[in-house]
Design a protein around this ligand. Structure first.
Ligand SMILES: [Zn+2]
Length: 146
């Protein structure tokens, strides 16, 4: 089973459980995923903000190694990719939660040590960061049970 943080078009937030990534994509494409609060089927994955190498003024910040396929020589499925990416980001990115934009700015100004961070942003945060030229990415990562 995998879980996604989802939200509907009325900004209700909920968790969706699926057998696997394909099951999720399939149900979403067929509008079978509905909000438990209002029944809306206009549902999307909530994205996490991830900043990579934000501290561009620091030359000696350690660079993370690219995630490796868990089965060398094996096929990289979307699911194994997300699983590895998710673990990689959990282990290598400092979770700063809703302080993401503030923390990204501090790193950009060199007020704190450069590091990789992840967290949540509001649309206003995102616009401000873009205007300030601070690089970040938004990704949706499923959570897998063990
Ligand atoms: Zn809703």
């Amino acid at each position: 089973m995998i879980t996604f943080d989802l939200s509907c078009d009325r900004e209700h937030r909920f968790e969706g459980w699926f057998r696997n990534l394909e099951d999720f994509e399939d149900q979403l494409a067929r509008d079978l995923v509905t909000c438990p609060l209002c029944g809306s089927n206009r549902v999307s994955k909530r994205l996490s903000a991830v900043a990579v190498h934000v501290g561009r003024r620091s030359v000696d910040s350690p660079k993370p190694e690219a995630p490796q396929d868990p089965k060398p020589g094996g096929e990289v499925t979307a699911e194994s990719f997300f699983r590895v990416m998710g673990r990689f980001i959990e282990e290598n990115f400092d979770d700063v939660g809703s302080a993401f934009a503030e923390e990204a700015r501090k790193i950009d100004r060199g007020e704190v040590d450069a590091r990789n961070i992840r967290g949540t942003t509001t649309p206003a945060d995102e616009e401000a960061l873009r205007e300030e030229g601070i690089e970040f990415h938004k990704i949706a990562l499923p959570k897998y049970d063990a």
